[in-house]
Design a protein around this ligand. Structure first.
Ligand code: HEC
Length: 93
């Protein structure tokens, strides 16, 4: 009698995907200027710390208003907001 041993190798390939802050921040730069340096009325983001950007995004996200930044912030997950903030925080003023 033959015994067939079937082994299932379940390999977890679910690498923890880190959101790409640089890529996501390109959305911000459409209004806040190339590399976060504004050329118009809207504030520059370059020069602000990651903590400042993150805190402001969280505030916009949960504020019960529907202004531009509320709508922007609402589409991002917490991990995405951190990635965006960490990237913008590296930009020179
Ligand atoms: C469609 C245009 C638009 C986009 C895209 C946009 N913003 Fe804004 N943002 C604004 C405007 C307008 C204000 C100022 C009005 C206000 O405070 O509600 C502002 C204000 C801010 C402020 C507060 C002011 C300051 O300089 O600290 C922060 C922080 C900010 N945006 C970050 C971001 C980040 C990060 C992104 C990308 C995730 C982003 N914004 C995308 C238009 C935009």
């Amino acid at each position: 009698m033959r015994k067939i041993i079937i082994l299932f190798f379940i390999t977890s390939t679910t690498a923890i995907a880190q959101p790409n802050g640089k890529l996501l921040a390109s959305q911000c730069f459409q209004c806040h200027g190339p590399n976060g340096r504004s050329v118009g009325e809207i504030d520059s983001l370059a020069g602000e710390s990651a903590a400042e950007i993150y805190d402001e995004l969280v505030e916009f996200k949960f504020e019960p208003k529907n202004d531009i930044m509320n709508l922007q912030a609402r589409i991002y997950t917490d991990a995405e907001m951190r990635a965006i903030a960490n990237y913008i925080g590296t930009l020179p003023k």
